[in-house]
Design a protein around this ligand. Structure first.
Ligand code: C2E
Ligand code: CA
Ligand code: CA
Length: 758
């Protein structure tokens, strides 16, 4: 193969930069090589298997054998047409991938193998570019089209420059290798000077003004003068302006007064379709008059290579930037810029593996959901960003901080005394509790902090423990900071057990049973209704109190089917307990159940199934429903009340903003929480609270029910304050339906109690 066909082969291979898929690039490279070098078989072998091949009888076994056989040329293998010369080139330095060729007849010469090497490097570059930057293909294509167009001119470069092929290959190597842009352009200018003898050569890059230049055969003082020349000056300025090759046969150098009436040629340099510079060759002292077509073609090719080098350099730096962006995104939270869950888990795992005992602070904000609900999500986001900034400012020197999800954060501290960790937690709490300004309003979002300082086997166990401690902190009335301890560990085990057993509960609700507790009404203290209270006796766990399992059922999404079962069974029972009477059954519905838009239909269907009048049903809800969609709450309340179902607000007084919610909840009754009833007769403040609650309900036209009445004194006090409905152990504990004393008899039983008491 002669110089010329080698150049042609390389120029043809530039086509692969127009391709967008790796297999196509590979196939095109193999085809070009097979054709240019007359190989019988050429292929790529990766870890012993052939990933691509072309050639007559492209025999996988042969290719694998060659790859196994060694790296150098000169081996003789059994090819499809008898003995064949082989060549095996590693594609990546470290990898198991080889480029393998076999040809019957002539051996691969040193020159041929270096051309093939150059082509393999081009293929690698093309694959790298395409897989990382498909979008770049368009600009690259433009650029390559120009280079390919030059190939026609290249054909004119006959043997005059013996070394052209060698030079192009060196340039090619510089461009496709991992060289720095500066290095690559230097190589190009150097090779150009080899081609053009003593002609002064300059490459200038600019971005508004000249930012970089490379020269050959230019005197040092002239180099400075050149740097000072404006972009648009001289023949290089014309090439830039005209975006084309410019030829001047009677040029006067602007930097070297001794050079006048000389020949000069200049070509533009492109990057991503923009003109970013020029390459100029002046007629030197020994050759003033002639830059023929071959010289012009050579300049175009060289300028094209500078363009490729620059595009590649900016591509690479963009590639690096976008890689580090991607790395950053993979380990950080987008919104707050803190570490993300994956990264902090990794970090904790690293510490634990190294034998340290890191401490985790799990931080959650009480009532954050209301911020989103009341002020919108963008305000919520702004609050999170502000809180994250405070958190990391407080922790900064002590450890690392991550946002786990929503309003949950984690601080990971190095091993330290528990007392020190507690100090840090307090500092965090006070920094986070300071009022936050949001849309001109001041907001306080107190955090709950759980601390885990345990011998954890891994990060997940540590986080779990801190999470649990955080829930414990939420429940504590005073300081909302708690450590993980053995009690919590047991609670956790119990909770996991409840979760599992709830999952196993089928539609028949085996082990569940409703108990009924009477509700009495003055003036004659007759039984006006029963509250249905759920009991669970589980084979594995024993008796589980509703305070335990209802919360778990709410968290795990089991509550709606449980509540529906309760509703149906309570309505059935009320017909058994009081077949002809007026007694109502009260059913507790969790917020999730009450917030179902279809709730009125569910209730109607249950009433229909039990053939019960809507007057026989009261639904007890808590203020917690107001954390859901207020429109659905209002619609369901009014729909159900229109049906004739009563709505009672349960646990009244325990929420922190009862009064404001009351404005929006149009209910039939308020149930005073038993914590206000217990012992109120001994406590003046208790009396005051009861009086005001009862007065409030009165003024709203709602009836008041006192729950948890255990003593006569409590009963008498409530009566004096104007309360007329009661529920409590004084009158009866919750019992299964078959133990509820038939209604007619029970009325007199209660009356006896009351009379005796009064
Ligand atoms: P709640 O709705 O406030 O129910 C009243 C609780 O007070 C019941 O506890 C009842 O047994 C208890 N109680 C009644 N009288 C007295 C008394 O004189 N003294 C004392 N100390 N306690 C009394 P229980 O049955 O353990 O239920 C606890 C909570 O579980 C209920 O509070 C309710 O919120 C929830 N719950 C019970 N059944 C259901 C249900 O079917 N669905 C839903 N969603 N929640 C339920
Ligand atoms: Ca209740
Ligand atoms: Ca209650």
């Amino acid at each position: 193969m002669d110089n010329r066909s080698s150049v042609q082969a390389l120029v043809r291979l530039l086509e692969i930069f127009n391709l967008t898929e790796e297999p196509q690039i590979r196939a095109q490279t193999l085809d070009t090589i097979a054709e240019s070098f007359g190989t019988d078989v050429v292929g790529i072998v990766c870890s012993g298997s052939v990933v691509a091949a072309v050639g007559v009888g492209s025999d996988a076994t042969l290719l694998r054998e060659i790859a196994d056989g060694g790296l150098g040329p000169g081996h003789l293998a059994d090819g499809p047409f008898g003995p064949a010369h082989t060549l095996c080139l590693p594609i990546e330095n470290r990898s198991e991938t080889f480029f393998v060729l076999a040809r019957a007849g002539a051996t691969f010469s040193g020159a041929e193998s270096s051309v093939i090497r150059a082509m393999v490097r081009m293929m690698r570059l093309a694959v790298r570019t395409t897989s990382a930057f498909k979008e770049e293909q368009a600009t690259r294509r433009e650029l390559q089209c120009q280079v390919v167009a030059n190939s026609a001119l290249a054909e004119q470069l006959r043997d005059r420059h013996d070394s052209l092929m060698q030079r192009v290959m060196m340039i090619q190597r510089a461009v496709t290798g991992a060289n720095h842009q500066d290095q690559t352009v230097k190589v190009i200018v150097e090779q150009a000077s080899g081609l053009f003898g003593t002609d002064p050569i300059a490459v200038r890059l600019h971005d508004g003004e000249v930012i970089d230049q490379w020269t050959a055969n230019v005197a040092a003082d002239a180099v400075d003068r050149l740097a000072a020349l404006p972009v648009e000056a001289g023949i290089s300025g014309r090439a830039v302006k005209e975006d084309a090759l410019v030829v001047d046969t009677c040029y006067r150098s602007l930097i070297d007064p001794t050079l006048e009436n000389i020949s000069a040629i200049a070509a533009p340099i492109h990057c991503r379709g923009r003109i970013v510079g020029s390459m100029t060759v002046l007629g030197g002292h020994d050759r003033r008059q002639h830059h023929d077509e071959e010289d012009q073609a050579a300049l175009l090719i060289l300028a094209g290579y500078v363009s490729v080098a620059i595009t590649d350099a900016t591509t690479t730096s963009r590639l690096q930037r976008s890689l580090s962006d991607a790395e950053w995104r993979a380990s950080h939270d987008n919104l707050t810029g803190l570490l993300n869950r994956e990264r902090i888990v990794e970090r904790a795992d690293e510490m634990i593996r190294a034998g340290h005992r890191p401490i985790a602070l799990y931080i959650d904000f009480d009532g954050f959901k209301t911020v989103n609900d009341l002020y919108g999500h963008s305000a919520g986001d702004a609050a999170l960003v502000a809180l994250a900034a405070r958190l990391s400012a407080t922790i900064r020197s002590d450890g690392s901080v991550a946002r786990l999800a929503g309003d949950e954060f984690l601080a990971l501290l190095p091993p330290m005394q528990e007392a020190t960790a507690l100090d840090i937690a307090r500092r965090v709490a006070s920094a986070l509790t300071a009022p936050l300004e949001l849309n001109g309003r001041h907001l306080v979002l107190p955090p709950s902090i759980g601390i885990a300082s345990i011998d954890a086997a891994g990060a997940e166990e540590l986080l779990d423990a801190a999470d649990l401690a955080m829930y414990q902190a939420k429940r504590s009335a005073t300081e909302r900071i708690a450590f993980f301890d053995d009690d919590l560990r047991q609670q956790r085990t119990r909770r996991t057990g409840i979760e599992q057993q709830l999952r196993l509960t089928d539609r028949a609700m085996n082990g569940f049973e409703l108990h009924y507790q009477p509700i009495l009404a003055d003036p004659d203290a007759h039984i006006c209704g029963y509250e249905a209270l759920l009991r669970w006796d589980n084979a594995a766990l024993g008796v589980v109190s509703p305070d335990e399992f209802i919360a778990v059922a709410e968290d795990t999404g089991n509550i709606t089917r449980i509540d529906e079962w309760v509703l149906r069974n309570a309505l059935k029972s009320i017909r058994t307990i009081d077949p002809n009477g007026q007694a109502r059954v009260s059913v507790n519905l969790s917020p999730a159940s009450f917030l179902l838009p279809a709730l009125p239909d569910v209730v109607r269907a249950a009433l229909h199934r039990a053939a019960a009048s809507p007057r026989r049903l009261a639904i007890e809800i808590t203020e917690r429903v107001m954390l859901g969609n207020p429109d659905v709450v209002a619609a369901n309340i009014s729909h159900l009340r229109r049906l004739g179902v009563s709505i009672v607000l349960d646990d009244f007084g325990t929420g922190y903003s009862s009064l404001s919610y009351l404005r929006h909840l149009d209910v039939d009754g308020l149930k005073i929480d038993r914590s206000f009833v217990a012992g109120a007769d001994h406590d003046e403040r208790g009396v005051a609270i009861l009086r005001s609650v009862i007065g409030l309900a009165d003024s709203l036209g709602a009836e008041v029910i006192a729950e948890g009445v255990e003593t006569n004194d409590e009963l008498q006090l409530l009566r004096r304050l104007g309360c007329s409905r009661f529920q409590g152990y004084l009158f009866g504990r919750p019992v299964p339906v078959e133990r509820v004393v038939p209604h007619a008899h029970q009325g007199s039983l209660s009356r006896t109690t009351l009379t005796a008491a009064g």
